[in-house]
Design a protein around this ligand. Structure first.
Ligand code: CU
Length: 148
């Protein structure tokens, strides 16, 4: 038992030494990305995903070769039931909090689509974070009728 405790202490000491000298890169996890297929001639599409960071960060931008421009949006519902998409320059991500970008909420908007999004294909999306930098995500395109 004494040996085990000594070993554990050594492991803990080694870990903290390693962390001090080589800080962990800010770990942004992007999961569950998806977009809905678009009808022909559609010029815009929304992309959804889940974000989580261990140390806190901020989503500050996005881009994709599939569209002229990509913006961060939040859909806001007014008391009269009207919904509006609003541009957001940045989304702050608090540590260890799950952020779901989903319909009627935060999303990333592709504007000026070069081609309609076709179900069964994937779309490359680059998300840019204040600390973690750029992260490329493969976004599966779901059928037009898909509900998450
Ligand atoms: Cu939007």
């Amino acid at each position: 038992m004494k040996q085990l405790i000594a070993f554990m202490a050594l492991v803990l000491a080694t870990t903290s030494y390693a962390e001090l000298n080589n800080p962990k890169p800010n770990n942004v996890a992007v999961s569950g990305a998806w977009a809905r297929a678009t009808p022909p001639n559609a010029k815009a599409a929304a992309v959804y995903f889940t974000l989580r960071t261990a140390d806190g960060d901020a989503l500050v931008g996005a881009s994709s070769p599939a569209a002229e421009r990509v913006e961060i949006h939040e859909t806001v519902m007014y008391p009269n039931g009207m919904m509006e998409m609003q541009y957001r320059e940045t989304v702050e991500l608090t540590q260890n909090t799950v952020y779901q970008f989903k319909p009627h909420s935060y999303h990333v908007m592709l504007l000026g689509l070069y081609e309609p999004l076709q179900a069964g294909y994937e779309l490359p999306l680059t998300l840019e974070f204040a600390t973690a930098g750029r992260k490329v995500v493969r976004v599966p395109i779901q059928p037009l009728t898909y509900q998450p």
